[in-house]
Ligand binder design. Structure first.
Ligand code: GLU
Length: 502
């Protein structure tokens, strides 16, 4: 049993932008920490310098900040267990590699990359393990003086874990249950390289121990490494954390893991924020720039793998904290559904007041060179918000509230603009010009009377009128549009249409 105060960590490698699967891992760690009154730590695992990508660490931090996922300790805020970037901890790993050697749980290996390549060529299933190590070039096969000589003369070497032969290694996983692996299937993983860098496996275990991590919650792709990690804890004589390996996020069709390449190819982002590859300049879209609310994005991710045990779908972060438990994380992969992602955003958009939406819409209007006031935008928003999933779509559904149409849909003209229409519209102008009030109720009444008095059909007038005001057959209730744009603008647009539609 683990009675230590809960401490969990998110430990990304800065090898590129954070994939939404990574955000979900961070989210579940965050929810678990908050639910259990524990601490949440951000550790950067950058021991593999060959895969380092500039800007990735900042991107990770900015993404999580946007999502509202906060930390108690980490590379960006410090804390009592720092430093929190493995390259800044470089000096402390060597002693742990040495400790394993002196305890007989690790050894030096001198095989060159070419020699190992030749082994692999001769046998594609080759692995450095209990069946092969006794014929390879290492401190288990070479005389001690020879080993010392090679090290002293600066020969390149690695330190490998000495995996015991034919033993059942057990990983007790919160999600998978008890996973058993025969140690013969494991290879003697490299733990440390003579360039002074530990590998992921050593650094990860040492840091989780030193940072007193109680639960390791991470993606399922790390499950195969877990038996080695369990063995390393045992070799050191340390208490292992509890493990929870999260199921994969799958492609929308359910066939395979959602990969970095899927995003823009299938028409949805796989990254929280837009990312520009520093090498190629290639851009990938992000949820933030696509107009998602972070709350909607987080709500959607929370339900991709975890369920509350009922049909409810909308949760604030605080509610998720109250309800989250690892017991309700499923075993099977969760299919990513881009349509559902949009639906979540729509739900959050509908929870906003018209005033809030107007404030969010205003900068988009400004960008288009439209100067208007908040009260006016608020009225527009109230009429069209039900038609959109994103604030930026408000423009497509309501541009005609801000500018008169410059052209008219030829299809609609053909169908709705008859020879007698200009005369009817002229008459309507007369009728409308006389009105003192121009609200929806008055307009509805006026038009109704106008139709009866002139023995005109609803369709004949209303569709043509809509064409005058919007240039097409789009938009909300017609008299609502008229009431919002006002009398002067309405009359102006009808006159303009009569002139322009020949
Ligand atoms: N650095 C690993 C990664 O990039 C962390 C795996 C773990 O959480 O142990 O995912």
């Amino acid at each position: 049993m683990n009675n230590r105060p809960v401490r969990v960590r998110f430990a990304p490698s800065p090898t590129g932008p954070l994939h939404i699967g990574g955000v979900r891992t961070a989210l579940y760690n965050y929810l678990f920490a908050r639910r259990n009154g524990g601490k949440f730590i951000l550790r950067i695992e950058d021991t593999d310098q060959t895969r380092f990508v500039p800007g990735a660490e900042d991107y990770i931090i900015e993404s999580l900040t946007w999502c509202g996922i906060t930390f108690d300790e980490g590379v960006h805020i410090g804390g009592p267990y720092g430093p929190y970037r493995q390259s800044d901890r470089k000096a402390l790993y060597r002693q742990y590699a040495d400790e394993l050697i002196s305890k007989g749980h690790a050894y030096y290996a001198f095989d060159t990359p070419e020699e190992l390549e030749a082994e692999r060529k001769a046998n594609p299933n080759f692995q450095y393990d209990s069946s092969t190590r006794s014929r390879l070039k290492n401190s288990l096969t070479l005389p001690p003086e020879e080993v010392s000589r090679r090290i002293d003369t600066g020969e390149t070497y690695v330190i490998r874990a000495l995996i015991p032969a034919n033993e059942i290694v057990e990983v007790n996983d919160h999600i998978r249950g008890v996973v058993q692996v025969n140690s013969n299937l494991l290879d003697d993983k490299v733990l440390y390289k003579s360039d002074g860098m530990p590998t992921y496996h050593l650094a990860n275990i040492v840091d989780d121990h030193l940072m007193e991590i109680t639960h390791v919650i991470r993606g399922e792709e790390w499950l195969p490494s877990a038996p080695l990690h369990v063995l390393l804890y045992r070799f050191f004589g340390w208490q292992a954390p509890e493990f929870a390996h999260l199921p994969l996020l799958l492609k929308p069709d359910g066939n395979g893991k959602l990969s970095k390449r899927d995003g823009d190819r299938l028409g949805f982002p796989v990254y929280p924020l837009r990312w520009t590859d520093p090498k190629t300049g290639e851009q990938s879209s992000g949820y933030r720039e696509s107009g998602y609310y972070p709350e909607a994005f987080i709500n959607m991710l929370a339900l991709l793998g975890w369920n509350p045990g009922n049909d409810r779908e909308i949760f604030t972060m605080d509610e998720l904290v109250q309800l989250f438990s690892l017991d309700r994380v499923g075993k099977s992969g969760s299919r990513f559904d881009p349509e559902k992602a949009r639906w979540f955003n729509q739900q959050y958009l509908r929870m906003r007041t018209d005033r809030q939406l107007a404030e969010e819409f205003l900068p988009i209007l400004k960008e288009k060179g439209i100067e208007t006031d908040l009260d006016y935008v608020e009225k527009v928003v109230s009429l069209i918000k039900d038609r959109v999933n994103f604030v930026k779509e408000l423009w497509d559904h309501g541009w005609f509230f801000f500018e008169a149409p410059e052209s008219y849909d030829p299809e609609v003209i053909k169908k709705r603009w008859k020879t007698e229409t200009p005369a009817v519209m002229e008459k309507l102008i007369q009728q409308l010009a006389g009105l003192n009030s121009f609200d929806t109720a008055v307009l509805d009444e006026t038009i109704k009377t106008f139709l009866t008095e002139n023995q005109l059909g609803m369709g004949a007038v209303m569709n043509a009128l809509r064409l005058c005001l919007t240039g097409a057959s789009i938009g909300p209730h017609l008299t609502d549009i008229m009431a919002v744009i006002g009398k002067e603008e309405t009359l102006h647009r009808i006159r303009k249409a009569i002139e322009k539609i020949a």
